[in-house]
Ligand binder design. Sequence first.
Ligand SMILES: *Cc1c(COP(=O)(O)O)cnc(C)c1O
Length: 387
Amino acid sequence: MKRSEFLSFSPPALSDREIEAVVEVLKQGEWLSSGPKTKAFETEFLQRVGAPASLALNSCTAGLHLALLVHKVKAGDEVITTPMTFCASANVVEHVGANVVFADVEPDTLLIDPAQMERRLTKRTKVLMPVHYAGHPADMERINAMGRSAGIPVVEDAAHAIPSKIGDQWVGGSENLTVFSFYATKNITSGEGGMITGRPDWIEDARRLALHGMTKNAWDRFKKGGSWKYDMPEPGFKYNLPDMSSALGLVQLQRLDELYDRRMAVVNAYHEAFKDDPMLKFLKVKAGYQSSHHLFVALLNLEALTIGRDQFIVELGERNIGTGVHYMPVHMLSYYANKYGWKPKDFPVAFDAFERMVSLPLSSRMSVSDAGDVIEAVRDICATFKR
Ligand SMILES: *Cc1c(COP(=O)(O)O)cnc(C)c1O
């Protein structure tokens, strides 16, 4: 039986608490930009993941850009990252004039493969940038060791990775500059927003660059007793997060455990339904890791189906199920293909996964009964188009 209502792929899970928190900022009416709410958001986030320092930003992309600037990545330098990511991870490398170097991914997690990274190290490599794809932490033990022995910093794209853990350390708890996203579809949201964590002196550099490069922020200048005086040693950017967004993000952060439990109920229902299904595979969670399960990526057994992935998505849509594809590998996007001369199969594992992948709906707003509708629709399509 087809669902009567369209199931959105990943809507935000908001409660009255978020609405009240934003309204409260508007009602006090004194300060709308980065102020006390943003400070509180930074502090609670830091405490939650055990970070050495934290800085709230208006996007994760901004944080990745700042991380490369803090590490002084320049024209002609190289940054090693994964093609299986959102284009923002690579775009920031282009923004600083450096070159993107891709290392292919591992087939069962679609995480960047440390062995492939190692093969691509050169004298020009300035940063290693793993992405915690779908919320499963990359192999940080090996990647950190590689960075240490080459004398190269590691920047973690943790856009998907809250709450994610390696052993008992949260992603965000290390000295590496680590960047989270609070974009509207992410595990917790501030509408738009991001957070960068890591070594305190690097975070202070990022803080200055995030606000025009000025030595003092507006809250410190305009509060009672504040001084108007400031310097600007280097032109920066406008990447700060306003209090209205922080108020929203703060409540989402406080609800993280509840939101994660609801997400996991859906994930567990999918795992249970598909664990022995020959028509599709899902990503593995390796022992010793906790994934935030930002995405539920199904890899279709195309050899057993008469339709391809694109038609599978059309069929799900006709059954009122929203989906996504995460991601079209970045080396296939025309800018990158043209600039670097990459062919789709230059990164064969990423390419093969791309052709098979469908992200099923997953959010903390979904019920287990919604998940049941998705499972039923997937099974119906598999049965209808079995080879
Ligand atoms: C969403 C996302 C980003 C960008 O996040 P914004 O907050 O929208 O800038 C970067 N990397 C990955 C892997 C993402 O999924």
